[in-house]
Structures are given as C-alpha cells and as structure tokens.
Write a protein that binds this ligand. Structure first.
Ligand code: ZN
Length: 556
C-alpha cells in the first residue's frame, strides 16, 4: 500500500470524521477498547486516513484522536490498516457452521459476516418431501438437524453460537424440493401458491432474499416465470435475488439476460453469483457479459455480481449430467446410471460435455469422497485416476459418481487469468468466496477443498491489490464491505463509522497474504492479527480466541 499522508485534524473534521472529545487523563476510560494508530479504510472506497477507533460494547463509539488512557484495552495498530469486517456475500456455510462453529477458515481472513443459503440451496426451511433425506446427510457430520422452518433454524443457530454473523437466503431449489421433490415439471397452481407462501414465511422470519441454482436439481427444472413470481414476493419485503445462473459457459449471455429480466420484472436488487466465463471457447464472452450488466444498470436494474480470485470453480460431478438423467433427484439418477439400457446415453452425453473443453478430464480434480476405498483419488484429476484404474476417463467419472452415492465434489480449472483480473477490478463486482466455514479438523481435514474458503479475501488484498495493483486498497476493501452490505441490506455493517457494529479487521498491508493453495487448501492467511465480531476479539495476535460473539442477522 502506498502510505497516505495523515490528514490534519481539520481535514478529518471536514471529511465528516467524528473526533473524540479531548478528555482529561484522570477521567475514567471512555471506551472498552481502543484500536490506536492505524490507517482507517472505512469501507466506502475513500482513501485511508490515520485515526483511532473507540469501541463500546458491540458498536463503534468514536473515530478520531483518542488518548491511550481512554481505552480499558488497547490494540496498537501502528503500521496496520483498520477496516470493516468482510461481508462474504456468497457462501454455503448454513449447515457447516454447526460442525465448525468457530468458522476458522473465515474469521482468520477477516470475514465477520457470511451470507448463506446460496445457489438455490438453503439449510432452512427443512420441511416436506426431501427433509428426511437431507437430515440423514447432516448425520455424516454427527449433526442432528433439528430445525424445520427458518425461525426454528435461527433458534438452533443461536443455541449453538458461532464466531461470525450469518444472514440467510432462501434457496429456491430447497423450497421447490420441499413442495414437490426433484421432479422436472411446472408447479400446479396449489403447489405454486404453497411455494410463494413459503417465500413469504421465510422473509417474515428474517431471510434477506432468495437464491437460485439453475444448473442444479431441481433449480434447473424451474421455468423463469416461477422464479419471477417468487422474486416479486421477495421484492415486497425489500429483499434481494442472487442467482447461480442456468449457464456459465455456452449460453452465459442468455443466462445473464434471464437474470436481469427477473430483476427488471420483479424490481429488486439482483446479484449474479460467481460470475465467470467457464471454458476456453467461452472466455471471449466475459466482456459481453459485463457489457450486459453495465447496460442493465444504466437502465435502472440494480444488478451486481460477485467473483472469487481463482481460475478454478468447484461443484459436484452430477452437474455434468443432462436434465433427463437427474430428473427425480439423486436416487433416480443413480438408478439410471446403473441401468444398462440408460447408462450408454448418459456416458455419451457426459463425455461430450467434458470434452467440449480442451484438456477435458485433466481439468477435473476430485476434492473429496466419502468411501474409504476411493480415498486415493482425492486431489487427483480424472485422467490420472482413469490411468491408475485402467479404464476410460468417462468410466472413472461415472464409476465414482455411482460408488459415492451420487455426490462427488470436484475442482474444475476453467477460467482465464485475464478474465479473473478483469472481474476483480470491475466496479460492479464484489468479492464473494463461494466457500464455507470449516477448520482443518473433523471431516474437512480429510478433504482437499477449493482454497477459496481460506484464502479469498487475503488473496484479493495481496495478490490483486498490493502486488499487481489491479485495484487500489480502498477499492478492494469496499468490494468486501460496504458494497456487499448494501446489496444484502445490512444497514449497520460494512462501514467504519460511529454507531456501526464493531466488526473490524486489523491487517498489515505489507504482509497480508493468502497461504491456501490447491495442494494445501487448509492454510490460514498471514498478516491479519486482529478480527473483531460485534466488538469481541475473535482473532488476537493472529490466533483464534475461541470466542463466539456472532449473531444470526434478521432482515428488518
Ligand atoms: Zn453456485
């Protein structure tokens, strides 16, 4: 970071910065905690300025020149940047947070709020058709998922207690599956009414909006009109719509068109989740995608996107199957895979889907498996696995899907570096990890997940802002703080200002660095010594304190 010259007292006053009253030394300390001597990046994108931060309880009480004796506790932030806690607008932690309530992968990089329930899939409501199967899934982590509706999920969350804040989205796929299961058909009118009621109920109980996952089952079976109807309900509540779109490759531009159209029809804030152009043959489409977003905004659609700072994505192998093959859900898919009459067609289609990308099977790296016998495939690509197994790569892929009960997370190397650079520097793109809360223990320790869960925010600050200067530090911090906070509708987070909640990160702009890699993803970043959540130290001198001051945030 280029060091900013400190602003004079009068310049700070002119900039609207509250100055702490000059209290006499013998008076009692005015603040629970004072963070002294740092360079404040307030989250708005404004240049850094030197000031102290006074915190009382869970809120920021003053920003200005604060004498040391005014703090019952002091943090010396000299040589460090002080900024709002990062709001990760795109995560999948709504089940994992109960397994890893200290959220080490997130708070160690400065994330203090996660938006969960993305890509059409939310932990709540857990009701109706598929609820029992989903409860069984949670048992793999010894988690007894005792919630039903959103309100009971919130109660469950608060009983567990977590180290960071959560804001929930309603997963459209979850609501549809709760109503009719994972079948490929439009909703009947009574079913549609039930789904719309579920949206109302979830929003009433505190959700911040609706997400879709239109490449997943059953999101992919949902007609646009059905989504627009749900989005109109969300709009009435002032919520937002986040979409993992129908395509991120061949029909990327059509998918962006659909997402924007829903925003225009329903008149609500829209977020394009993990924007990318996947596959070499589609890389050139990214510029046109950004043009569509810019033009929609110019015409009054409140649309933003999020992106993570890596050239690989991560999802499950079943995404490679065509609609007919996954109709009815996981068990139906497995039955087709095992049926000699249907398997050849699946084999042909999936093979063509993978080989559409030059490099094909080598670009697909297995992230985790459940069974002991397949353990050796973790971290290896499908071509290497196929060679070891002496089979065709397509048969290695389908074999794994079969043996792992239809669920095989993988990492797909598919984006261009130049495109990722362009996204992260773009003013309409926020930083979102698409990761989850975890720690290098329990089940997570036996997997090799995408490094984004541990590294995203530190990587943007170091690799993209400091080292390569693709954007300046205030702009990078804005993409992680006020921009997502505004998009979600969090009015008291995302900025450092008097009265805002004291979610704060203290980092060393010269030393901050992501350490997580595709080979070793469970590594914490360096250069982030202090993280506060609701005024409490969750990271102190670079270590997790074990504290759990997080709040389940509710819209309103
Ligand atoms: Zn997604």
């Amino acid at each position: 970071m280029r060091r900013r010259r400190f602003l004079s007292r009068s310049a700070r006053a002119a900039a609207g910065v509250a100055l702490a009253p000059a209290l006499r030394a013998e008076s009692a300390p005015a603040f629970d905690l004072v963070i002294r001597g740092g360079e404040i990046l307030d989250g708005t994108g404004a240049p850094a300025f030197r000031a102290d931060l006074g915190i009382n309880g869970d809120a920021i009480a003053a920003i200005g020149a604060i004498p040391a004796e005014q703090g019952r506790r002091l943090i010396d932030a000299a040589g460090h940047a002080v900024c709002p806690g990062f709001v990760d607008i795109h995560t999948h932690s709504d089940g994992d947070i109960f397994v890893y309530p200290t959220a080490d992968s997130r708070v160690r990089q400065g994330v203090t709020t996660e938006v969960t329930g993305n890509c059409g899939s939310s932990a709540a409501p857990l009701l109706g058709a598929g609820a029992e199967e989903r409860r069984k899934e949670y048992l793999k982590d010894d988690l007894r998922a005792e919630w039903g509706d959103v309100a009971s999920y919130c109660v469950f969350w608060e009983k567990v207690g977590c180290s960071l804040n959560h804001a929930l989205l309603l997963g459209q796929g979850t609501l549809r599956a709760n109503a009719i299961g994972a079948v490929n058909r439009p909703l009947a009118s009574d079913e549609r009414a039930a789904v719309l009621r579920a949206v109302e109920e979830g929003m009433d109980q505190g959700a911040f909006g609706l997400s879709t996952g239109l490449q997943y089952t059953p999101g992919r079976f949902t007609p646009r009109e059905e989504i627009a109807a749900m989005a109109r309900v969300v709009a009435r509540y002032g919520g937002f719509y986040a979409s993992h779109m129908r395509s991120e490759d061949a029909t990327l531009l059509e998918a962006i068109g659909e997402t924007i159209a829903i925003g225009r029809e329903a008149q609500l804030r829209v977020e394009i989740s993990h924007l990318k152009a996947a596959g070499q043959v589609n890389w050139h489409k990214q510029r046109a995608a950004l043009d569509l977003i810019e033009s929609a905004r110019a015409h009054g659609v409140d649309v933003l996107a999020d992106a993570y700072p890596y050239t690989a994505y991560s999802t499950g192998l079943s995404i490679l199957l065509e609609d007919w093959a996954v109709d009815g859900g996981r068990q139906a898919m497995l039955a087709r895979l095992r049926d000699p009459a249907q398997r050849p067609r699946i084999r042909r289609e999936v093979d063509a889907n993978v080989l559409a990308e030059p490099g094909g099977y080598e670009l697909i790296v297995i992230a985790s498996v459940e069974s002991e016998k397949n353990r050796e495939v973790i971290g290896r690509d499908l071509r290497a696995i196929a060679t070891a197994w002496r089979v065709e790569p397509i048969d290695a892929l389908l074999g794994l899907l079969d043996e792992e009960n239809g669920s095989v997370p993988f990492i797909g190397h598919a984006m261009s570096e130049k495109n990722v650079d362009e996204l992260l520097a773009h003013p309409l793109v926020m930083v979102g990890s698409d990761g989850r809360s975890m720690a290098p223990v329990k089940r997570a320790a036996r997997t090799r997940p995408h490094p984004r869960s541990y590294g995203t925010f530190a990587r943007v600050l170091s690799h993209y802002a400091r080292d390569r200067k693709l954007l300046d530090l205030p702009a990078a911090v804005r993409k992680m703080t006020s921009l997502p906070a505004d998009q979600v509708g969090l009015r008291d987070r995302g900025r450092l200002a008097k009265g805002m909640k004291a979610d704060v990160v203290v980092f060393d702009p010269l030393r901050v660095r992501d350490e997580a890699t595709f080979q070793e993803p469970h590594r914490f970043p360096a250069g982030i010594p202090y993280v506060l959540v609701n005024g409490a130290l969750v990271v102190e001198k670079g270590s997790h304190t074990g504290r759990r001051p997080g709040k389940l945030l509710r819209r309103g």
